[in-house]
Design a protein around this ligand. Structure first.
Ligand SMILES: Cc1ncc(COP(=O)(O)O)c(C=O)c1O
Length: 402
């Protein structure tokens, strides 16, 4: 037998890139990734839920889909009917919901159902990196709409829709994260949601609402979902249990009218998302979800405070940011002299990992001196020490802070 390794390279389809690099472990001060606070994973509750649901229904694991059909474990969808009504004012039935393997699978399924290379979509100018990258890979053009303290600006959306219509271009969807926008952590008020719906209807463009962070709102109750405000079934809504319970569960959901859901269902060819996770989560959530979330939010709020005070202490006026309305990240502006792509590299060698702004925006020039800092998974001490270490690197590389 030859010892020359088999060469797979000629077999790959054109344009298939390798993963960026092998994972080498987390750095000491990790301000990236949508990870959660390890102490807030409701372990006792999940253990008890696993015990009771497996004792009661464990034998249904012998059947694909747990006897619930291809849309996901029925008790989990029934819990979601209650949750979506209580929190987001969405009136739907379990038949309108598809359980997905994280909301990332929801993003992929919606994109596969609606998009083809050469299409145009509308997104928020500063936007979730995973969404931007997916569109780029598909050869779809994302048009970024500027944001302000209330999320996507409707005057700018109206202008872009009119300009595109004049060129004969009908965008495939308007993608928005209206409730704790990623990365700006803004919440879109009701009036703006209604205006977005009005514009969407005027131009015949559906809305793709990503409510990944909707549970992590501090302060007032969150506004109704855009899906709940629509009178024409023109909104596809996705959500996740990653941020409110645990990202490693890989459980999300999608709510859409049957005309769309039936196409999406045909594209979900994995024979169902993880069954144990669905069973345990449904059992836990139906008894404890609404008590768990406020405790988690308190923890996150206090970590956001620590991050903001650490930035003030280490960077002074050089770091500008708005108090986030919820979530797990802060969108920070440094002086123009700072290039956060370069800061990212330099900080990494000092054991600090950040999200450089250009990776989280379609306006790379404006985002050059911005960065996203996630605060949920680090301890208060790690946040303080990590920000101090980042300030040292930034001072050495860019003379900022003074
Ligand atoms: C806006 C947004 N949507 C979707 C996701 C995907 O999350 P998950 O697949 O864990 O549900 C994320 C993750 O950070 C996100 O920020």
């Amino acid at each position: 037998m030859s010892s020359t390794p088999f060469d797979f390279a000629p077999l790959f389809p054109p344009g298939l890139p390798p993963a960026a690099a092998r994972w080498t472990g987390r750095v000491k001060f990790d301000f990236t990734g949508g990870n959660n606070d390890p102490d807030r994973v409701p372990l006792e509750g999940l253990i008890a839920a696993a015990n009771s649901v497996l004792k009661r229904e464990g034998r249904t694991l012998a059947t694909y889909g747990l006897n619930s059909g291809p849309q996901g474990y029925l008790p989990l969808r029934e819990f979601l009917v209650t949750k979506l009504k209580t929190d987001a004012a969405i009136e739907c039935s379990a038949d309108d919901i598809l359980i997905t393997s994280g909301s990332l699978q929801g993003l992929d399924l919606v994109n596969r159902a609606l998009l083809a290379a050469g299409d145009t979509v509308i997104i928020e100018e500063d936007c979730y990196q995973g969404s931007i990258n997916r569109l780029t890979k598909l050869g779809v053009t994302p048009i970024g709409i500027p944001l302000d303290g209330d999320g996507m600006r409707m005057d700018a959306l109206a202008t872009v829709l009119a300009e595109l219509a004049a060129k004969g271009i009908r965008p495939k969807y308007i993608y928005t994260v209206p409730t704790v926008q990623n990365p700006t952590a803004t919440i879109m008020p009701v009036a703006r949601r209604l205006e977005m719906l009005r514009l969407a209807e005027q131009y015949g463009v559906p809305i793709f609402e990503d409510d990944c962070y909707c549970d992590l709102v501090w302060g007032d109750k969150r506004p109704p979902a855009i899906h709940a405000l629509s009178k024409t079934d023109n909104v596809i809504h996705i959500g996740s249990f990653s941020k409110c319970i645990a990202p490693a569960l890989r459980l999300g959901y999608l709510v859409a009218p049957w005309g769309v859901l039936s196409r999406i269902l045909a594209l979900k060819t994995d024979a169902g998302s993880g069954a144990l996770e669905q069973m345990v989560l449904a059992e836990y959530a139906s008894a404890h979800f609404f008590k768990h979330v406020p405790v988690l939010c308190q923890t996150l709020r206090s970590k956001a405070d620590t991050l903001m005070s650490s930035l003030r202490q280490s960077f002074g006026d050089a770091a500008q940011f708005d108090d986030p309305k919820g979530g797990i990240f802060l969108w920070v502006k440094l002086p123009d002299a700072v290039d956060t792509m370069k800061l990212y590299q330099a900080a990494l060698s000092a054991g600090v990992c950040i999200n450089p702004g250009p990776e989280w925006s379609v306006n790379k020039t404006r985002a050059k001196s911005r960065l996203r800092l996630c605060f949920a998974s680090s301890s208060h001490e790690e946040i303080q020490q990590g920000v101090a270490a980042l300030a040292d690197v930034c001072r050495r590389e860019f003379g900022v802070p003074k």
